[in-house]
Design a protein around this ligand. Sequence first.
Ligand code: SAM
Length: 282
Amino acid sequence: MSHLRLFKGTPATREFYDSVGWLRREGILVDTATFTSRDPGSILVSLARRRRQLISEAIGGPGMNLVECGCGGTPATFLADLCRRYTAVDFSSTGLAEAAAALQATGVPFETVEADMTRLPFGDGEYDAAYSAHAIYHIDTPEGQSAAFSEVMRVVRPGGRAVLALANPFPIAFPARLFRRAAAMTPVLGTVLNRLRTRPPLPFLPMPLSWIHHQLARWGRVTMQCHTIPSVWFDQHVSEQSFIGQRLWRAVQLIETSSPAAAMRLGCFVTIVVERSAKPAL
Ligand SMILES: C[S@@+](CC[C@H](N)C(=O)[O-])C[C@H]1O[C@@H](n2cnc3c(N)ncnc32)[C@H](O)[C@@H]1O
């Protein structure tokens, strides 16, 4: 078996990020232009700040030795103040060059490591904390995602934490998305629909939250909370400047801030926190 076949990450994802996603067009990263709001209003800005705050509180610190897996060109620089050392991992060298520039600006001691997160080049328990956002669902097989979860948890020390931002495949507030995903996961129908639909720019396989919980629970206590209710489409097409848009954004804000449990089931993205136990049930 060739060395490369030991890795379970997805070559098409790497290819997309190396040759498209982490390039700049008119100074803006293509990934940022493709997946984030073009015109964020004050509610979106305040929600983004709150989401970052929740992640910072969940991950621990200060003084952490932290590894971010799948940092791409936009590492979580908002965590830098909590770290004594920051290790930024990705398999896109283009992304890592951007990550280095962003981390340099924070002043935190850091290193960038080009590696596949399904096979991390680190020892067991080497880090106090691990963070990974919007990366694992771009691995296009359940086996690959399972390997990534195991690797992220393996490198966290007992008592440390992993915080993961992932997609909810069945967001109740977005029924079209929910039904599309349910159909895509149905045998035969899924195969037919996958042939018919327009190809997304890169592989995307959001796994059911129960499956993710099962993967992680063997490593320690798992808690899930809402990360973001809106979809990427909503972020980009519903403007706070319009009458209806502003009301929709206010509703999102109200639910995310006052009913986190409901928000988790309703919304498109979740934050998962795993407290690594001393004796994982492997
Ligand atoms: C959508 S970007 C997310 C970037 C950043 N974490 C954020 O939230 O803005 C996904 C990143 O995950 C990386 N990635 C996906 N699969 C990976 C794997 N198996 N090993 C390492 N990096 C991976 C991609 O190269 C890309 O940089």
